[in-house]
Structure formats: structure tokens, C-alpha cells
Design a protein around this ligand. Structure first.
Ligand code: AMP
Length: 363
């Protein structure tokens, strides 16, 4: 655990007026439905918003309070933290919150009660920890190659940092890997340091499913709330060109996420879906105490053997939940009323308050 101490957070929470809790988040990523869902559950809402980015929150009327900042990363500034505490805020972390606030700051400086397990955020951010959590759960991941000389099948090469899927490439042999790397270095698309840190893994040929789970600590139950698949540039554009023209166009693929499609999976695969979610929650309980708490997502590819191979995990609300701001087929099955992931978080917080157990949901 970082320097933010649980006792301190519980002390702040203790001082909150539980009748007047505000659900707050950074204005980006999944904040629209986090805030909308909070309002539906009867909470006041606040958005920490970068100047110039306020329009969606104004026009969709999801935020009661605007805390304007010059840049997103100012959310960790002491004055912003104080404003959040003055509003009795519980902050819902999402991908942009973690990216802009910075993991170290979230762990060491952010003295505002947050929903979920703060410590697990590092387990999704660091590839080795992520792999440990997923593989110890018995979930298959793409084989990882330590050395490009060992490439014996199609692999996907990923570079570190905030570039997302930009510059990812596929290679089938060591020679192809070397020549592509050389070419990218020549064009200055990558640095020697990137090559040093390149992550090489088996290319899994399958259909993309990102499965959105919610683990309710209060009910001790893993819920499947929705699924999406990714819409990525330029690979999804490249696939619209006939093979002959692809060769002539000499375009380099990239896998930069630009949006999401809602998806459903074959019903016969649902036992595997639940097993993966249940196992991950069990493993997290042992590895990152007290364990999973709230939303998480397993991003995978389903092969023609009908095996889900997971290449990444989000240990907080994932961007693909934007595909069901009202309901997904799965959240409808469970709740029979509009239920987004954002609303589900606020429902849990509301239940926590009503049951006098808010402290177990907060870090
Ligand atoms: P990532 O940055 O790991 O989320 O990957 C970006 C995209 O690359 C994914 O959404 C997939 O389309 C694709 N991808 C990632 N890993 C693999 C893999 N091992 N095999 C095939 N495609 C992958």
C-alpha cells in the first residue's frame, strides 16, 4: 500500500454527512454514465473538469458541481482535494483518472475516499503483475516471448507508454521482426529504448470480447453486466480494403482504440465467462488484499476452439462500458431496469450506506 493510509481515509469518511454524499470523478473516459448513474441513485454529482472540456457535462446535464482545473492532473492538487472533501465526495476512478492523476499520486497523495481497491490499480498497470493475477486465476493468456530469437509463430509486438495500440505490429519470424524494427527505428517511430522494452506475445486469432464484470463485496457475487468489442484505427479500416489493394497500399497497421461496439457472446460460452470472473476475484483476494471491489474487465479473444484468451485486464471501470449507458442485454437480465456500470457503482454505494457498510467499499 502507498502512503495514503486507510485509517486516514476512514477518518475522512467518518466526518462525511452520509445523507449528502457526492459522487465525483474526472471529466473524461466513462464519467458521463458514472455521473448519470449516480444521479439516478439519488446522489449529488461533481465533475473535475479541464477547462475547455466542460461541454459534454453541461450539455448532458450530468454534473451538479463543476470543479474546473487547468489540466486534468491538477485533480491531485491539495485545493482540489479539499473541494472534493468539502462536498463529501467519493471519487470513482477510471482509466483517465489513473493516467492523468498518476498512479504514484493516487497511492501517495490523494487523500479523498475512492470507490474500490486502490491497491489493485497497480496490478493492471504493470504487465508482470497483470500476468500473475490472470494466469494464477487459471485464465489463458497469449504466450509471452522473452527473446525475439524464439519467435516460432505469429506474434504481436507492443510498445510501452501512452501510445496505446499505435505502432503495434504483427510478425511471424525473427527475420520479419528484425526488419520491421529496423524500419521503424529508421523512420524514428520508435527509439532503441522502446525496442528494449518491447513486449512480444503470441498473436491470437479470434474475435474480440471485452467482458465487463462487477464484483459486489456486499453480496459476495460476480455479476456480468455487459460486453463490447473494440473499434480500432487503422486496422478496422485496413480490413475494408481487398487483400490485393492492401499489398499495394503498403499501409502499416495500428490498433488505436477509437470506439466500441456492444457485443453478446454465444450463450454456451457463458459458463467460461463466469468461471473466469469468479477465479479472478478469488485470486485477487489472495494477491491484492482485500481483493477485487467493483468493476473490472477482461479483454480477450475467443478462438475457434471456443477458448477465451485474455490479453489485458482493467481493474476498474473500463471504457467499453460506454456501450451500455442505459442497459446491456446482460444487465437487463440481472436488473430488469436500466443499469449501466456507473449506476451499478452508485447502487453499491447506496446499499453500503443503507447497510452501514460504506467503509468496506472505500479505500
Ligand atoms: P492492447 O493495447 O493490449 O489493449 O491491444 C490493442 C489491440 O490489439 C486489442 O484490442 C486487439 O485488437 C489487439 N491485440 C492485443 N493483443 C493481441 C494478441 N495477443 N493477439 C491478437 N490481437 C491482439
Amino acid at each position: 500500500m502507498g502512503k495514503v493510509k486507510r485509517e486516514k481515509i476512514l477518518e475522512i469518511l467518518d466526518g462525511y454527512d452520509k445523507e449528502n454524499i457526492t459522487i465525483a470523478t474526472l471529466g473524461s473516459h466513462t464519467s458521463l454514465h458514472i455521473l448519470k448513474g449516480a444521479k439516478e441513485e439519488g446522489f449529488r454529482t461533481a465533475v473535475v473538469c479541464e477547462k475547455g472540456r466542460e461541454i459534454p457535462y453541461q450539455r448532458f446535464h450530468v454534473a451538479d458541481e463543476f470543479i474546473m482545473v487547468d489540466k486534468f492532473s491538477d485533480i491531485v492538487n491539495e485545493d482540489v482535494q479539499q473541494k472534493l472533501r468539502d462536498l463529501n465526495s467519493i471519487v470513482v476512478p477510471h482509466g483517465s483518472f489513473v493516467a492523468y492523476a498518476g498512479l504514484d499520486n493516487v497511492e501517495d497523495k490523494f487523500n479523498v475516499p475512492m470507490f474500490g481497491n486502490r491497491d489493485i490499480l497497480r496490478w493492471e498497470a504493470e504487465r508482470d503483475l497483470e500476468r500473475k493475477l490472470i494466469t494464477e486465476s487459471g485464465i489463458r493468456m497469449p504466450k509471452k516471448y522473452e527473446n525475439p530469437d524464439d519467435i516460432d509463430r505469429a506474434v504481436m509486438v507492443k510498445f510501452p507508454g501512452a501510445r496505446g495500440g499505435r505502432g503495434y505490429f504483427v510478425a511471424s519470424t525473427t527475420e520479419e521482426y528484425n526488419s520491421k524494427i529496423e524500419n521503424m527505428l529508421e523512420r524514428k517511430w520508435i527509439t532503441p529504448d522502446d525496442v528494449e522494452k518491447a513486449h512480444i506475445e503470441e498473436y491470437v486469432s479470434g474475435c474480440n470480447y471485452c467482458i465487463h464484470y462487477f464484483y459486489s463485496v456486499l453480496k459476495d457475487e460476480v455479476e456480468v453486466l455487459g460486453m463490447d468489442s473494440r473499434y480500432e484505427s487503422n486496422i478496422d479500416g485496413l480490413c475494408r480494403i481487398p487483400a490485393k489493394d492492401q499489398l499495394e497500399a503498403d499501409l502499416n497497421p495500428s490498433y488505436v482504440i477509437t470506439g466500441n461496439h456492444p457485443a453478446v457472446i454465444r450463450e454456451s460460452l457463458l459458463p467460461q465467462v463466469f468461471e473466469n470472473g469468479d477465479n479472478l476475484v478469488e485470486t485477487a483476494r489472495k494477491l491484492v488484499k482485500p481483493g477485487m471491489n467493483g468493476p473490472f474487465c477482461l479483454q480477450g479473444l475467443c478462438t475457434d476452439n471456443l477458448e477465451i484468451v485474455v490479453f489485458e485486464m482493467s481493474a476498474r471501470i473500463d471504457g467499453g462500458t460506454n456501450t451500455f449507458m442505459d442497459s446491456s442485454p446482460y444487465s437487463y437480465l440481472l436488473f430488469g431496469e436500466p443499469m449501466s456500470m456507473g449506476r451499478r457503482i452508485s447502487r453499491e454505494i447506496k446499499n453500503g450506506i443503507n447497510q452501514g457498510k460504506l467503509d468496506v467499499l472505500i479505500t
